[in-house]
Design a binder for this molecule. Sequence first.
Ligand code: NAD
Ligand code: MG
Length: 394
Amino acid sequence: MTKPRRISIFGVTGSIGESTVDLLQRTQGYQVVALSGGRNVARLAELARTLRAEVAVVADAALLPDLRAALAGSGVEAAAGPDAIIEAALRPADWVMSAIVGAAGLAPGLAALTTGATLALANKESLVTAGPLMLATAAQHGARILPVDSEHSAIFQALAGEDMTAVERIILTASGGALRDWPLEKLSSATLQDALAHPNWAMGQRITIDSASMFNKALEVIEAKEFFGVLPSRIEVIIHPESIIHSAVGFHDGAVMAHLGAPDMRHAIGYALNWPARDPLPVARLDFAALGKLTFRAPDLARYPALRLAQEVMQAGGMAGAVFNAAKEVALDQFIAGQIGFMQMAHLVNATLGRLSADPQLGKVASSLDDVLAIDHLARVTARELAAGLTKTA
Ligand code: NAD
Ligand code: MG
């Protein structure tokens, strides 16, 4: 018998985490090392018991007594706090799912890479804030990063066996999110509930709002540039409301290889879990006759200023991605809290980038986690300061 694969899941209580567990429960021959969750102790403990994890870690340190109580008698170790998540990520594992949302996912992902593990990367913020550092850490420790974002998994699959020098363009598809059919002048008045009504994908709250604003696609453009090492000018975004084509690669002979499938994240998670094999997955099969047609439209940059900001961030290079992401996280918090309007998120991110553009730190490529955390902190402080001076419009 082959040795069981050792698996850890960070962000197990979230949308991607739960889908990963769903696939694991249909699999054999694995052993769970570490699981982490943000604040949902009851669900974390339940999953840790069911999967017989070695350790469960809750991000909020104040919840350690609750987690201990919930795990009493289970034999699962309880731990809490961001440092404990990093320690858990340093425990030897073969396959690690990085599914924490936001910049908080960077440190555990980097830690896992230093063990030589295969990192299934859902946390796109890792590549946006510290792409070169992630890739260098993986290379240094013989670790591998497999993309889990559906677009990047699609591109990765379209590139299998291909020569990168033959790539002419990368085509990222976007659903357009919940507000894609709203008139431009109404967008400023979109509420949290409006932004959360995603037409195709069931995802965590934050990424769902980021889909409506296209900040999610902006992060993904940067993620693609970092992961696949292509020039920004070779990355295109196209709105594809049906979310059937998950993304595509155009080659210099004019051929386009696309990945199609039902909008179900278990496609991408399963591909990363089974790679390099392609094992059966419990996802819906496409019925082309029932689909009838697939449609496309060019994104309007007036509706989606985040896409223009992504171009500016890539041009700026250095640690602009970390500023962009941190400012976006603050803007999103402010929107969720009802402090700023929907279109003011891009305004705030733009203003933060502008304020910090002269900072000499920004031009440097991060050579350590501390570099990234310092600029992330500065960007958050700056964005909060700028937000305090904004009056909510609409
Ligand atoms: P989610 O909000 O459903 O879950 C996030 C997980 O991270 C939860 O377990 C939560 O408890 C935990 N968490 C939150 N804040 C934390 C913190 N500060 N420290 C530690 N843990 C924390 O999010 P999701 O939709 O599953 O997305 C996870 C990641 O995957 C994001 O980076 C997202 O962009 C990416 N992603 C998600 C989807 C999707 O379909 N949901 C698709 C592609 C990429
Ligand atoms: Mg995506």
